[in-house]
Design a protein around this ligand. Structure first.
Ligand code: SAM
Length: 240
């Protein structure tokens, strides 16, 4: 892109760059190992907000709205470009972690005017360096189907959350049947390019956690996304 380019030329340039990123992503996420995730999001970082602000808006809005009714220290795992950071209530303390340094750089810029953002650190959500029972709330928005080992991430989110605390997931999960399953199959190729695994049933999460699922809400657009709120048991052995 040159300084002398007209506005339509600049738009065309940006559209072509986005198209080439979308084409490259399936190979990047197919292996879903740590290197692939880092590589994919290093490429996505400059365009991430432009492409994913709108489709993921409702899920972020609902998750943060719920968190804003709670209190204490919040862990946002897979914080990305920090797109949700300005939406948290200003008296909530926020710690964000992400595997991608390029995504975090953008989050750090966003957090410059947000004194309640305590820390933004490069870290694997499947291997958190925080002590047990540390956070009041842990949230992962559009992350659980992108990580190499979702069960491990669930265990880590549960471990670092205080007994009686809340773990929130927002994600796309595959439907068992019906119209939605049909639409998902039709969307599968596109969805893979966006970087989430469409063949990811909720059972992969629900059968691997001792936390109680308190609430499940289907969200726009087209009911494609689900908000899940879990409660960590007060006592390790009790089902509460
Ligand atoms: C689809 S983006 C979601 C970003 C943000 N939560 C949002 O609402 O837009 C997924 C994010 O998860 C991060 N990620 C993927 N695997 C991760 C892991 N194992 N640990 C921490 N972050 C990870 C990626 O780097 C990326 O920033």
């Amino acid at each position: 892109m040159n300084r002398s380019d007209t506005f339509p030329e600049r738009l065309r340039f940006i559209a072509n760059r986005i198209r080439s990123r979308l084409k490259s992503l399936p190979q990047d996420v197919a292996r879903l190992d740590e290197t692939a995730v880092r590589t994919a999001y290093a490429r996505w970082a400059p365009y991430y907000d432009l492409v994913f602000r709108a489709p993921f808006y409702k899920g972020r809005q609902e998750a943060v709205k719920h968190i804003n009714t709670l209190s204490g220290h919040i862990l946002e795992a897979g914080v990305g470009t920090g797109i949700s950071l300005p939406k948290y209530r200003s008296d909530l303390e926020i710690t964000g972690i992400d595997l991608s340094e390029e995504m975090l750089e953008r989050a750090r810029l966003r957090a410059r005017d947000l004194p309640n953002v305590r820390e933004l650190t490069t870290m694997d959500a499947g291997n958190l360096s925080f002590p047990d029972d540390h956070f009041d709330v842990a949230v992962a928005m559009y992350v659980i189907t992108v990580v190499p080992d979702p069960a491990r991430v669930m265990r880590e989110l549960e471990r670092v959350t205080k007994p009686g605390g809340t773990v929130i997931l927002v994600n796309h999960f595959s439907a068992d049947g019906g119209l939605r399953a049909h639409a998902e199959r039709a969307l599968e190729r596109f969805a893979d390019r966006l970087g989430w695994n469409t063949d990811f049933p909720k059972s992969r999460i629900l059968t691997r956690t001792s936390m109680r699922l308190e609430k499940e809400t289907t969200l726009a657009p087209f009911g494609l996304f689900t908000l899940m709120t879990f409660r960590k048991p007060e006592h390790p052995a009790s089902a509460e």
